[in-house]
Structure formats: structure tokens, C-alpha cells
Design a protein around this ligand. Structure first.
Ligand SMILES: Nc1ncnc2c1ncn2[C@@H]1O[C@H](COP(=O)(O)OP(=O)(O)OP(=O)(O)O)[C@@H](O)[C@H]1O
Ligand SMILES: [Mg+2]
Length: 402
């Protein structure tokens, strides 16, 4: 057993809890350093040179497409997989140091886990499920009863103690799984797609509950999902992975507004690509770009290409759909700062209308409009992009036929 504070201290809000001895005073709860993992028989590493840390009270999300190494990373942190190389620290305490052949088993790491399948044991009651990790660690009976009660209260499942697992809804089962992960009072909680078996409404509710729970307990959470809405809404930081490599790490807004490469740009949110030509550029990567087909529309963007992009070069401008306003055309001359087009099709989506627009000098682009001012299919439109804050990507579109 890594820690055993008294029953009265168990699962109290973090501010009221003393720091557990052995975890160190550092704010970093979990640190992964230069992890590598290749499964036997595979040529491609599942995780490559992955480093990240999770502070107390922080939700860090591993986001990425299927097979990119999210679960592998989480299992390495939990102690269910051994990395080929790299170190792991819980607070200041090393739990993995491959150079010294140190690799502590899961029960020697101060960690709780919740996985995609609820893994609620059907032959046990709710209370027995939650009590299980404490019994395995030989806690006294009185303390077990008290901790189970607190953990179930925390997830809103007080009163369900005697119910057996199969008689709970999916959301209730997942809340019991949370209670069981929290009952040992871990400093770090590892969550692997914990809501993916739930329907959309329940997912939203659980998201809010987890956020509240995390605020209350101030624990560190490493959260795995491939659902970007979940990642954007829950995380203090996101590490976006592809082929085992972290592509970009940072606040959700950073990844959304300043994607470092095309993979990040296209994975996080939707992007419209407008063709343009660089008018001016500065060494900081800021560019003024003239949009093709719009003689009087220049917008500002930024490139992350370390060599920059020079004046006169062709680029794609990455524009988020909500950064373009669609207006009915009021004449034949397109005003300054806008680009003209024709609405070929309008798709009513409920909260918005998606227009397929043949944009002057650009091709067909799908633009979102609000539902209260619908635009007739076949009519002329003006598009007004925000004047700045876009991303710019080197392109040879001017040599391509499309
Ligand atoms: N036990 C294993 N043995 C061999 N290869 C494995 C094993 N587990 C995972 N892999 C491979 O390692 C890579 C990363 O898998 P991982 O499960 O970490 O991906 P993931 O990002 O969690 O994907 P998903 O979103 O589908 O859950 C994949 O190519 C997968 O096929
Ligand atoms: Mg997975």
C-alpha cells in the first residue's frame, strides 16, 4: 500500500488534504520522460520519444486517431506495460527508470484507472465493487465502509450500495468505476475513453461531472480520447498524437488557433482552405495574403514553417468555418475585405445551415451560416473572412489544375 491516510481524511477536497508522504512536494504529479515502446513482432514503435507531465489539479488529454498509441501510453503509466526506454515519475518518486531496470508494478504506483469497458464485476454489489481495491490492500473494515460511502457520495451514487452491478444503467456503472478508481485516494487518475460506451447525452453529463470532480479533488488526470469535443472541453492541455509521436502539446485553444502542422490543423476542428498569394511577410512568420479571385481582399495569417514563406509565393490559408461570415450579395461589385460566390446548395443541419459555395477563383467550399437568415440556393453571396488570425500553408495550388 502506497499510502493510507485515516478514514476521515479519505476523499476530502484537496485543499483539506495534507500532501501524502513519499509523493514529494512537487506540483508535477506524473512525469513521462522520453518513452519508447515497440510491441514484440512489430516494426513500428507504438510510442516514440514521448514526454509529458501532468500537474496536480490538471486534466491532460492524449488525443489522436485510432492506433496512434494513446492506450499504450496510459498502460505504460499505469504499470501494465513496460517501456523499452524512458523514465516515469510520480511526484518526485521514480517508478520507471529503464536505464536502472526499475519498473514498479501497478499496485506500487499511486494511481486509479477507469477504462472504456466499465469492468464492474457483475457478481458483486456496488459497495463490494468499490471496496475491492481497499480489501486487496487489507484496509480495516471500518475504514473500508467509510471510504466506500464517501467515494459513492462523490460520484452521486450514495444509496446504491446494495444494488448489484448488472442492475445499473451504463452511466451509473461508469460512475461506480470512477468511485472504485478514487477510493484509494490516488494522486493520479488514468482514464481510457471512459465515456465511449455511453450515449451522447450521458457523455455530456459525465464530462461535466468529471470536470467538477476533478476541481473538487484537485487530482491529476491523464485522459485518453479520440473525441475532439471531449478533449477540447475537458482539458487543461492536449497532447495530440499520430503514429506514436506527440505532434503538438498545449492548451486546447493553442492547438485550435495555432496548429503547428497540417495534421494538427486537420484533426482538431474543421478547416477551410482558401487559395492565396503572399503579399508581404515578416521574419516572425506573419503574412499578408491576397485571396485568389478577390481583387480587394487581403487577410493576415501566420506560418510555422521555420524558413517562412516569401512574398509572391502561393499558399493555402486555413480558415476556421466560424471565421467566415456569409451575406447575401447586394450588388455586382464585391466590397473590400470580401470575396464573392454562388450558393449551390444549402443543407439545414439544425443549429446551422451548411452552404456549398462556388467561390470566385477558389472552387467549391462549404461555409456555415446561421439558421435565422437563410440564403436561397442559386443566389449570389459575399463571404467575409475575419481579417486576421488564420494559418498559412505553403502550397503549389497555382500549378495544379482543378
Ligand atoms: N498488445 C499488443 N501487441 C502488439 N501490438 C499492439 C498491442 N497493443 C497495441 N498494439 C499496436 O500498437 C499501436 C498503438 O495501439 P494503441 O492501443 O496504443 O492505440 P490507441 O491510440 O489507443 O487506439 P484506439 O483509439 O483505437 O484505442 C497500434 O498499432 C496497435 O495495433
Ligand atoms: Mg485505445
Amino acid at each position: 500500500m502506497v499510502n493510507s491516510p485515516s478514514a476521515t481524511e479519505a476523499l476530502k477536497p484537496a485543499a483539506a488534504r495534507p500532501r501524502v508522504e513519499g509523493d514529494g512536494a512537487s506540483k508535477v504529479a506524473l512525469r513521462l520522460e522520453a518513452l519508447w515502446k515497440t510491441y514484440p513482432g512489430s516494426l513500428q514503435p507504438a510510442v516514440q520519444d514521448l514526454s509529458l507531465d501532468v500537474q496536480d489539479g490538471e486534466i491532460v488529454t492524449l488525443l489522436g486517431p485510432s492506433g496512434c498509441g494513446k492506450t499504450t501510453t496510459l498502460r505504460i503509466a499505469a504499470g501494465l506495460e513496460v517501456p523499452d526506454e524512458g523514465d516515469i515519475f510520480f511526484g518526485d518518486r521514480p517508478v520507471v527508470m529503464t536505464s536502472r531496470r526499475l519498473c514498479l508494478p501497478p499496485d506500487k504506483r499511486n494511481v486509479g484507472m477507469v477504462f472504456q469497458s466499465y469492468a464492474i464485476w457483475p457478481h458483486m454489489t456496488v459497495a463490494e465493487n468499490v471496496a475491492f481495491p481497499l480489501k486487496a490492500r487489507k484496509f480495516p473494515r471500518k475504514e473500508i465502509t467509510e471510504r466506500v460511502r464517501r467515494a459513492l457520495d462523490l460520484v452521486g451514487m450514495g444509496g446504491f450500495e446494495a444494488r448489484s452491478g448488472p442492475l445499473l444503467s451504463g452511466g451509473q456503472q461508469q460512475r461506480v468505476a470512477f468511485a472504485r478508481a478514487l477510493v484509494t485516494e490516488p494522486r493520479v487518475l488514468l482514464l481510457d475513453e471512459p465515456f465511449s460506451n455511453l450515449d451522447a447525452k450521458l457523455r455530456e453529463q459525465m464530462r461535466i461531472q468529471v470536470k467538477l470532480l476533478q476541481k473538487r479533488l484537485n487530482i491529476a488526470m491523464l485522459f485518453v480520447t479520440h473525441d475532439q469535443i471531449e478533449a477540447l472541453s475537458l482539458s487543461n492541455r492536449i497532447a495530440l498524437m499520430n503514429f506514436g509521436v506527440v505532434q503538438q502539446q498545449g492548451h486546447p485553444r493553442l492547438l485550435y488557433e495555432k496548429p503547428i502542422n497540417e495534421f494538427v490543423r486537420d484533426f482538431v476542428g474543421k478547416t477551410l482552405l482558401f487559395k492565396g498569394t503572399v503579399q508581404t511577410s515578416n521574419p516572425g512568420g506573419q503574412l499578408a495574403i491576397a485571396l485568389a479571385g478577390a481583387p480587394d481582399c487581403a487577410i493576415f495569417g501566420r506560418t510555422y514553417n521555420p524558413d517562412g514563406i516569401k512574398s509572391g509565393e502561393a499558399v493555402y490559408v486555413g480558415v476556421r468555418p466560424e471565421d467566415v461570415e456569409i451575406l447575401p450579395a447586394l450588388g455586382s461589385k464585391v466590397p473590400s475585405g470580401m470575396i464573392g460566390g454562388t450558393a449551390q446548395a444549402a443543407l439545414f443541419m439544425g443549429e446551422r445551415i451548411e452552404y456549398q459555395i462556388e467561390v470566385d477563383g477558389q472552387g467549391v467550399i462549404v461555409i456555415y451560416g446561421e439558421r435565422h437568415n437563410p440564403i436561397e440556393e442559386g443566389s449570389k453571396v459575399w463571404l467575409k473572412p475575419r481579417p486576421e488570425g488564420h494559418s498559412a500553408w505553403a502550397s503549389d495550388w497555382s500549378h495544379k489544375q482543378d
